[in-house]
Design a binder for this molecule. Structure first.
Ligand code: FAD
Length: 488
């Protein structure tokens, strides 16, 4: 009988960790407090409408495929996805509508025609984005930054030798302002800071590597919507012998002389040689190992942004919209200053509308659409979210009506919402942050909490630890963490 491992939480990093530990010969139990697996990566059903509740942008799909291949299985037997030819539709207040495409020539033509500028700076910008990604991914994203051996690797030497060109000392916005030749393009690329819950005016320019994921490697979408990533991974884990215990909250990680012994839940004690906590790292220290001295640097890190999300079943089809759409703001409304200009949240109440029924028709009844409307907001610091939600909803309606020339409220058939308090309650994420800590200073992006702890046998995986939030980084986090663990 191999050794036992417990994973606390069935978020995507928890499930990926379980799959990887099963391969290492561990007998793995995943303990999840919700009645469902997935954490932030889940679905909402409202009548005949299905919504992706959280993530909607899917990049680096090979990181999901890798989990299946690790066990000698064909990923396509579990789930499939398509590459999106149109990446996003961007709407501006002056009536400009810019479509971004995977095809470079089509993209550059669109920029020349719609913005009336030379596309050469954009071409160079995207090449630079690729350079930033390629020169940082092996050292910053795929390894533990907290192990001495990482600093002896050839990859880190490559990164160090290119340090000068990595824009570590300028903000994302400063670099975008310098490199791009149109305010609309600057705004468009500044927005990539929000992909990890940060502010482009504070986050380091090296994070301009993020657009390369979408524009260079590609944006993808699962054939049945984002939840298919989850259902496929849960099925894989189950096929590999992982046991899921749902509806069961872990209340403590048990230790003996600095060595993990197992976990206690509301129901029983699970002995374990290895424990991986997929629970937010701040909550892990507070709730599960309160006697352990928590690292102050981690506890004091600014949370990433959170979000207000409205799920609307719409009684009409809008041909102007695609699966991903962004409605930019130019005039920053006075009434929103109080909401957005705190905690370094990007002071731009841009609206993101995700319509999965554009590619998954069964997500909405015929002649209808499922709208996921998201506005980035600060994490929960005790704001009056009921009042703020109603204000933001009103603002969204006014803006959508203006830009799409419609009366959207009359078309809403059914609705629900998510706010930072609900996100915190449903995923145990500190302050409802979407991506753990923000990357709003030069080093925060790279020195998140390590994937291991001072307690022998206790590890961390997920969006709140290295290398960060978002599905691809969570999957890398599971890989880095389990690579630190010996075979059973
Ligand atoms: P989480 O999803 O945070 O799950 C942690 C799990 O642990 C939860 O199920 C929780 O119930 C469980 N848990 C916690 N404590 C305990 C305990 N004590 N006992 C038992 N179980 C416990 N990412 C992208 O890549 N693309 C996007 O477009 C994108 N958009 C997003 C939009 C929204 C609205 C949200 C909310 C997130 C978005 N993200 C996106 C981020 C992405 O969803 C997260 O980074 C990722 O899903 C986090 O996974 P995780 O493994 O860290 O765990």
């Amino acid at each position: 009988m191999g050794k036992k491992a417990v994973v606390i939480g069935a978020g995507i990093a928890g499930i990926a960790s379980a799959v990887r530990l099963a391969k290492k010969g561990y007998s793995v139990s995943v303990i999840e407090s919700n009645a469902y697996a997935g954490g932030k990566l889940t679905s909402i059903q409202l009548g005949n409408y299905r919504f992706d509740a959280g993530p909607s942008l899917f990049t680096l799909p090979h990181l999901v495929d890798e989990l299946f291949e690790l066990h000698g299985k064909d990923p396509r037997a579990y789930f499939d996805y398509q590459k999106l030819e149109t990446l996003c539709h961007y709407f501006y207040e002056d009536g400009t509508v810019l479509h971004t495409y995977a095809d470079r020539e089509k993209l550059f033509r669109e920029v020349r025609e719609k913005l009336d500028v030379d596309s050469q700076p954009l071409q160079e910008y995207l090449e630079h984005s690729a350079y930033l990604f390629e020169n940082t991914r092996h050292s910053f994203l795929e390894k533990s930054l907290h192990k001495f051996s990482t600093y002896l690797s050839r990859d880190i030497l490559k990164t160090v030798s290119s340090m000068r060109k990595l824009n570590l000392f300028d903000s994302m916005h400063a670099v975008n302002h310098k490199r791009l030749n149109h305010p609309k393009l600057i705004q468009l690329f500044d927005r990539f800071a929000t992909y990890n819950g940060s502010n482009p005016y504070h986050a380091p320019g090296v994070l301009n590597s993020i657009p390369h994921l979408e524009f260079g490697i590609g944006s993808f979408f699962p054939k049945e919507g984002m939840h298919q990533i989850l259902t496929a991974c849960v099925k894989l884990a189950t096929d590999c012998g992982v046991a899921f215990h749902l509806n069961e909250r872990v209340t403590a990680i048990e230790t003996d002389r600095k060595k993990v012994k197992g976990v206690t839940t509301e129901k029983e004690f699970y002995p374990a040689d290895v424990v991986i906590s997929n629970c937010d790292v701040k909550q892990s220290y507070r709730q599960l190992i309160p006697a352990q001295k928590a690292p102050q640097k981690t506890m004091n890190q600014e949370p990433s942004s959170s979000a207000l999300i409205f799920y609307w079943g719409i009684k009409q089809v809008f041909p102007q919209l695609d699966v991903h759409n962004i409605l930019f703001s130019e005039n920053y409304p006075e009434e929103f200053k109080a909401i957005f200009e705190t905690q370094s949240v990007y002071a731009d109440p841009t609206i993101y509308i995700h319509v999965s029924s554009k590619v998954v028709p069964q997500d909405a009844p015929e002649g209808h659409e499922n709208w996921f409307i998201m506005v980035n907001v600060p994490s929960d610091q005790g704001q009056d979210w009921e009042a703020l939600r109603l204000q933001v909803r009103e603002q969204c309606i006014r803006k959508i009506n203006r830009i799409l020339q419609t009366d959207i409220e009359s078309l809403i058939e059914t609705e629900d919402f998510l706010d930072p308090v609900r996100i915190a309650e449903r995923t145990n994420s500190f302050a409802g942050a979407l991506y753990g800590a923000s990357s709003n200073d030069r080093m925060a992006a790279f020195f998140r909490h390590p994937n291991f702890s001072k307690i022998n046998g206790l590890y961390f995986a997920g969006g709140s630890v290295h290398p960060g939030g978002g599905i691809p980084l969570c999957l890398l986090s599971a890989k880095i963490t389990t690579d630190l663990i010996a075979n059973s």
